[in-house]
Every structure is written in C-alpha cells, then in structure tokens.
Design a protein around this ligand. Structure first.
Ligand code: 6R9
Length: 648
C-alpha cells in the first residue's frame, strides 16, 4: 500500500459545499431523487436526458439495446452529427461570437477562436480531408501538440464521420507506428513540432520514422506549420495543412451518422499485451460529456472559463478540454507548454490572466506545485476560480487540502472525479454545490451510474474494501476494443461472468457510504496519472539484446504517485552504462513517460513453482518495505535475499 493510501484510511474531515449558489443539481435531496428516477425508470430518464441535451437529425425511439450484451447499443435508431452539436447549434442560437477556445502558448502568445471562426476552420479542414480521400468510417491519426488545430482536426473528423485516434505527442515513433497499424489509418495529421520548455519538441520527424516501415494504409500526412523546425518533405504524401485548408470553402454539410457510429479510438494500457484501442461511439459519449460538465463542474457556458490541463492525447483532454465544453457552447482554454515554465507560477498566472473559473488537473501536478511553495499561487489573483477538479489517480489528503486552502482559499469545492478511458466521462464525483466532500474521496456515483463495490464473488460490500464495478450500462461506455471483441469481453466482463463491468480498481466504502478509490488491482501502473502496463514495459525491456528477463512493478512516489521500478536479469555482466542505456531504450520503444526510474539487476526473478513472477514481493522490495507477502510458494528462497542485497 502506498503512503497516499494509508493516510486516506485515517481521513475523517468533511467539508460542506459553499452556501449561496445553486448548482445544476442543487441538493443531496435532488441528487437522490434523480438517482431514484434512473433506478425506477431507467429508459425514460435516459430518453429525456438525451432529447433535452442533444440536437438530433433523426430522433431515436429505442434507448438501450442489450440483445448482444456486452455489446450495448444506445439510442440506436437516432441520427446526429457531433460537430453540429458542438458548433452549428451554438452559432444558430446566436452565440457565434462567443469565445469557444482560448489558446496560450508557452511563450505567452494568445489566440481566441469564436464559435464562428472555429466552425469555419472545422469546415475547411473537413473539406480538405474529404479531398484527400477520407470517407466516413476511415481512421485518422492525430499526433499533435496542444494547439487549436488538434481540436479542429478532431471536430473535422466527426463532421464527415471519420474516426479519430489521437496519439499523445510524447509517444515514440514505434508506439505511434503500432497505433497507426492497429487502427489501419488512412491519414495522419501532425505538426512540425510543439513548444516545450522554451525549445521545440519535434513531431513530424517521428511520423516520418513511424511511416518508414509498414503503415501501408496511410496515404497522406497533413502537417501544421507551428514550431518552425526544419522537417523533411515526402512529395505526394505530405501536405501542408494551411495550404490545404486555404483553398477550401468554409462550409461543409455535417454528415448525419447513426448514434452508434464509431467516434474515436483511444489507446490505453492494460495488464496484458500491447495497448488496446478503446472504441467510443457518437451519441452516448457526447451526451455524457455534455451532462457531466454541468453536474460535476456546475458548468455555466455563459460565464465560465473552463480549463482542463490535460493534453488531448488522453481521454480527459478529449472529454473535458474539447467535447464537453464545446457541447455546452462554453469557453475552454488550451495551454501549450509545461506547467512550470518559466516558473512554477505559470498555471496560476494563466488562471489569473484569463479569469479561469473552473480548473481541472491531476494530483501529480497539484503535488508538484504544492512542493514548489505557496509563494507561486500567492503572487496571482485567483479570485475568479469557483470550482476545482482533480482526476487521474487517487489524491492524497495533503494535496487535496493544499488545493482547497491555497488555491481555492477555502471557497471552492473540490471535485475528485473517478473515471477511465473506458467510461468516457465521470462516474464517481461530488456535485460541487451539493455534496459534502472528504479529502481523498470521489464521494458517490453520478445519477444514472450504477457503480458499486463488491467482493471477489461479486457480492456488494456495505463497508470496507473490494472491487469497483458498474452494474448497468451507461451511454458513454466503451463499445469495444478496436479489432478485438474477445479482449473486450475478457478484460471487462469475464471477472463477474458478464454481470458487471469490471473497472480494474480497488475501492473502499466508509460508514457514510463514500467511495474511496485505492488504485489498480491489476498489473497497470499509474505514473503521474498515466496508465502503463507492466507487461508493455517488460516487453520493451526484453527487446534489448542484453536483457534475458524483466519484471516491472510500481513503487510509491511522493510526486508521481507511482514510480517505475524494473528488475532485470541480464544475459551479460552488468556495467554502469547499461542502466542509462536501458532507460533510453524503453523511452525509444514507448515514450519518455515510460522511462523506468529504477533499474535493478538481479541474478533471477522470484517466481512461484508454477512460474509466475511474484509481483507483490517485488513491490515490497522496490518500496524498501518489510516483506509481508507469503513467500512459501517461492521456488528459490535465496532469490529474495540476493535481490535485496543488490540495492541501487
Ligand atoms: C480519466 C483517466 C484510469 C485509471 C482508473 C484509476 C485512476 C482516475 C481517479 C483515479 C482515483 C480518481 N483514476 N481518476 N483513481 N481517483 N479520481 O484518468 O483515465 O487514463 O484511463 O486512467 O486512473 O486507477 O482506473 P485513464
């Protein structure tokens, strides 16, 4: 158990919501009534919500089709277009001049896109993509920095029914190649590079490298000129984004697609094999993106300036940097740069400069900024803030309290939102002006979300620890794993024989019924809020010629939540340079976020007689803890002593 978790176990403080403001869901009484409504009249409640919040081209009649469970279909006979819901709808309502996106670069340049401007750019991009042969259902990879063109590219895909797959810009060429191939993408949209720490993080060269082998499905690469770095140009294949858009009309008829039309694929790590392509579909995802913005953040599109710091390469960036705010006709902020550049006050300066009202970030950032000292936030006027959110990993009470006291000055409710790439949007979260909060708890399931904590046999736990599950389907749930139906069933539905969605997280319920998410129960690490599979890391390590065998575990880290600790058995004698070489190798295979923090060489790995690596034991060793696991099944008892002696 990590330190964050042990302190959470002792947490008893409770904070009542601020008085004097009514949230979209105004009280716990209203919350309970709404939950009850979903309970007793599931179909009607979802039907009304979907009719109220989405603009339909063809209305749906059927709410949920469970005939082919767990391949659920929502609102299946309806038709709509996502970009129309995020753009045209607001322009038609007279909001065309409202700011949709505020963008700030690391160097301090600011650009504002009104809904009118965003719509015409999206139309041009959609027309350009069509001209390049992209058709409805085709896959498009987006490998970009945090620039407005990333959001434009996503929305343009949705306008013509293309399926986007955003790949985080820090992923390596090899990781990018895997995703391009798995998705069978026709087009890659990228930029020359992005701004990072005062320099340039080149992207286009990574695309060139990724495409140098395989990837035969890719016909074109659209390149945004942004950072100004030199890039090579492959005639016929590479196309300048600006040139392509400039010649296009700023009107593009949105394609009405079926509710279940695939919207995007987003790759995420699991406990086995390569990252899986989580598939989301159109109507259900969009509905929940819109509704959770209101329920969990109390989003008021007329007045709020919403800032989610997540990169669009992650699900949080999809739902809460782009689709959620735009589906509501509100203003979202995008920042391209690191949070501590040029100093640790940067995020707070941006909040002050733009009058950010709702701020959403990850515990790892909160901890790092807390460590940098109170003088940084105290230099800036944070009085515009009214709601503070957190996501990505369990937040330790200390970080929560700092966020609450120093950033929110005790005025702003903290919304700790638990959800996953797979869930599409928030599942557990407080309602900012209704739910009393406890530091470290994501409180309760949102209305309509039938989440529970059960024991291994699937029986509900009234108090204490167990596994987090979701019983009934919900509109924004994943629709499958791209190209691998069996993996979808095996990963999420097998654990409880198809009865519940298995989230892969452990959780505890306290005496007041609050949920406390404790972290993954599978072999997935959470490093600074990023999911990494131990298996993925291990295969990257063993692909190095010097490595015979590797086992990777997480160890508690005060800032990152978890650090990556690799135990490596070599084919040769260890030498000092090998540690750095292996770290660089993993970074090249996956990306810089996957670089192991510790590499420890061992003669052999502790295994059970049946050949399973004893990860719990390795976790104890990595954390420098006393060994608590039962090692009686260990094949060779001397291994433990040897590994412990080999401390770095
Ligand atoms: C949105 C996102 C999902 C995993 C999830 C869990 C952890 C996310 C959390 C949290 C505790 C929270 N997680 N939010 N743990 N409290 N508020 O992060 O998606 O990248 O798919 O990660 O992150 O372990 O299972 P994703």
């Amino acid at each position: 158990m990590s330190e964050a978790i042990t302190t959470v176990l002792d947490e008893t403080r409770i904070f009542n919501p601020p008085q004097g403001h009514q949230g979209h869901i105004a009280s716990m009484q209203e919350y309970r009534t709404l939950r009850q409504q979903f309970e007793t009249d599931f179909d009607t409640t979802w039907r009304e919500l979907a009719r109220e919040h989405l603009s339909w081209r063809e209305p749906f009649t059927r709410v949920l089709n469970s005939e082919n469970a767990p391949f659920f279909r929502w609102f299946e006979d309806g038709k709509l277009n996502l970009s129309e819901n995020c753009l045209d709808r607001h322009v038609e309502a007279g909001l065309g001049e409202r700011t949709a996106i505020i963008w700030e670069s690391e160097a301090g340049e600011v650009r504002r896109y009104s809904y009118n401007k965003l719509l015409s750019e999206v139309c041009r991009a959609a027309n350009a993509m069509r001209e390049l042969g992209v058709e409805s259902g085709d896959r498009v990879i987006i490998y970009m920095p945090m620039i407005v063109e990333a959001a434009i590219a996503m929305l343009a895909c949705t306008r013509i029914g293309a399926v986007h797959s955003v790949v985080f810009g820090a992923f390596s060429p090899l990781a990018l190649r895997d995703r391009i191939e798995d998705a069978g993408a026709k087009l890659v949209i990228t930029a020359d590079g992005g701004g990072r720490r005062g320099g340039v993080h080149a992207l286009k060269p990574n695309v060139d490298e990724a495409l140098s082998e395989g990837c035969r499905s890719v016909a074109h690469v659209l390149v945004v000129r942004h950072a100004g770095n030199e890039v090579e140009w492959s005639q016929g294949r590479d196309i300048n984004w600006h040139d392509a858009l400039n010649v296009q009309p700023d009107h593009c008829e949105p394609l009405a697609v079926e509710s279940e039309h695939p919207l995007f694929i987003l790759y995420t790590s699991g406990s086995t094999g390569k990252p899986k392509g989580i598939l989301h579909s159109t109507a259900g995802y969009l509905l929940w993106a819109r509704v959770t913005m209101r329920w969990s953040f109390d989003f008021r599109p007329e007045t709020d300036i919403f800032w989610c710091t997540a990169d669009v390469g992650w699900i949080t960036g999809h739902t809460y940097s782009v689709y959620g705010p735009l589906a509501n006709g509100g203003t979202t902020l995008m920042y391209e740069g690191v949070p501590t550049y040029p100093d640790p006050g940067r995020l707070w300066k941006i909040c002050a400069d733009h009058g950010v009202t709702i701020f959403y970030t990850a515990p790892t950032a909160i901890r790092a900024l807390n460590k940098a000292g109170d003088e940084w936030p105290n230099k800036h006027d944070l009085s515009s803030l009214r709601v503070l959110g957190t996501v990505g990993e369990p937040i330790n009470p200390e970080a929560w309290m700092w966020y609450h006291d120093v950033i929110g000055k005790g005025r702003c409710p903290i919304v700790d939102t638990w959800w996953q790439t797979e869930t599409g949007g928030h599942m557990l979260a407080p309602l900012p002006f209704a739910t009393p909060t406890k530091p470290g708890s994501a409180t309760f399931p949102l209305p309509g979300i039938d989440a529970d904590i059960v024991d291994e046999a699937g029986l509900p736990i009234t108090e204490g620890g167990g596994l987090l599950i979701i019983r009934k389907p919900w509109p924004s749930m994943l629709r499958g794993v791209w190209g691998d139906d069996q993996r979808y069933i095996d990963t999420y539905w097998k654990e409880f024989d198809g009865r519940y969605y298995f989230a892969g997280d452990g959780a505890r319920r306290d005496e007041d019924g609050y949920f406390w998410v404790m972290g993954r129960v599978d072999d997935v690490l959470n490093v600074s809020g990023h999911r990494l599979g131990t298996m993925e890391l291990e295969s990257a390590l063993v692909s190095h010629e010097a490595v015979a065998e590797a086992a990777v575990v997480g160890r508690p880290d005060a800032i990152k939540g978890e650090a990556i600790c690799a135990f490596v058995v070599l084919k040769c004698e260890p030498d000092d340079s090998l540690v750095e070489e292996l770290r660089a190798h993993v970074s090249k295979e996956i990306g810089a976020i996957a670089k192991p923090d510790d590499i420890r060489f061992a003669d052999s790995l502790p295994k059970t007689r049946s050949g399973k690596i004893m990860r719990r034991l390795l976790r104890d060793i990595a954390a420098g803890r006393e060994i608590t696991s039962d090692i009686s099944t260990l094949e060779d008892q001397s291994v433990v002593q040897k590994i412990q002696q080999d401390r770095p």
